[in-house]
Ligand binder design. Structure first.
Ligand code: ASP
Length: 320
């Protein structure tokens, strides 16, 4: 490798953020009683063979259980992605991440990174100390995707399946194959070090890239309120009244079915909208999208889940 001409050097950068993939348990038979975010990303690469001609670079960006993911970490992660993707010899970036908020980080990066190169998130459902950890194969598969010619956009690799960063959702609490892409279906599969693609790579949105990357501490506050049987407007009213704390600028309503809301919640949301709060309806359903109706008074988020709609609304408000 040391003698290869500079033009032939190909690097894949692996950014570590923590998660179960970096988790440690007291016993190898324990797949749930572990502490996430313990093993360094360089150690996660131990024993993983890079594709031919590819050199791996490891960088620790954070070390958290992804249930505790923060906007500051997102920002740092996006900045590191942008930095590395700009290096001519870097063909792609892999991110090791917890499964709990993986779909949020993937959608955030999809929304802010404009690059012709791939960003591939990966994870594990079992800790690194497990009898049969799933992390090493997932990392290896993610590196394969990152090094695949023509790959681009933000994707997630888990259990041999490549998902788009837009469509992916965690759908299982325990199984190794914990993610699905809903109606869209996966982008492809990784089989023995090769990608079998069944649909196009995702195209990046990257509308608010520069603002989002510099927005330390300036993220607009957007909250999610769920519509359900017996719902009321009390939570929305309380959010609007909070004194002293950062004011709510946006509300995502986790709506039933095709974007419908309990009438009491809807009334409170319309009042909030009249007072200048940005309101967006996103469906609670795991599949499908909200089909708009001419008499809608509150905007809808299409196919975005409530957590992704929240990110979209924060970025929208950041751009104002
Ligand atoms: N709580 C863990 C995390 O999200 C779960 C996992 O990684 O599977 O970091």
């Amino acid at each position: 490798m040391a003698n290869a001409p500079l033009s032939e050097l190909r690097r894949v950068v692996v950014l570590g953020t923590g998660g179960t993939i970096a988790g440690r348990a007291a016993s190898s038979g324990d797949n749930i009683g572990y502490t996430a975010g313990q093993v360094g990303v360089a150690d996660l690469l131990g024993g993983i063979e890079a594709p031919e001609g590819v050199t791996l670079v490891a960088e620790q960006v954070a070390q958290v259980d992804s249930k505790d993911m923060s906007l500051d970490i997102w920002q740092k992660l996006a900045q590191r992605c942008v930095h590395w993707l700009a290096q001519p010899d870097v063909v792609g970036v892999v991110i090791t991440h917890g499964t709990d908020t993986l779909e949020e980080t993937a959608f955030f990066l999809h929304s802010v990174i404009a690059s012709a190169k791939p960003v591939v998130l990966t994870c594990a459902m079992r800790p690194a100390t497990a009898l049969a950890p799933d992390g090493p194969q997932n990392v290896r598969d993610a590196i394969v995707v990152a090094a695949t010619a023509g790959a681009h956009g933000v994707t997630v690799v888990c259990a041999g399946t490549v998902h788009s960063g837009v469509d992916i959702q965690k759908v299982h609490t325990y199984r190794l194959d914990a993610f699905a892409s809903g109606d869209a279906g996966p982008i492809g599969y990784v089989e023995e070090g090769a990608v079998r693609r069944v649909r196009a790579w995702p195209e990046g949105a990257a509308l608010e890239a520069s603002k989002a990357l510099d927005a330390v501490g300036q993220w607009p506050r957007v909250e999610i309120v769920m519509s359900h049987a017996g719902a009321s407007g009390a939570l929305v009213d309380a959010l609007l009244q909070v004194g002293g704390a950062e004011p709510v600028r946006g509300l995502v309503l986790a709506a039933t079915g095709n974007g419908t809301l309990h009438h009491a919640l809807e009334a409170a949301a319309l009042k909030a909208q009249d007072r200048g709060v940005a309101v967006l309806r996103a469906t609670r359903c795991a599949n499908g999208r909200i089909l708009p109706r001419p008499d809608d008074r509150l905007r809808d988020a299409g196919a975005l889940t409530p957590v992704k709609a929240r990110i979209a609304l924060m970025l929208e408000l950041l751009g104002k």
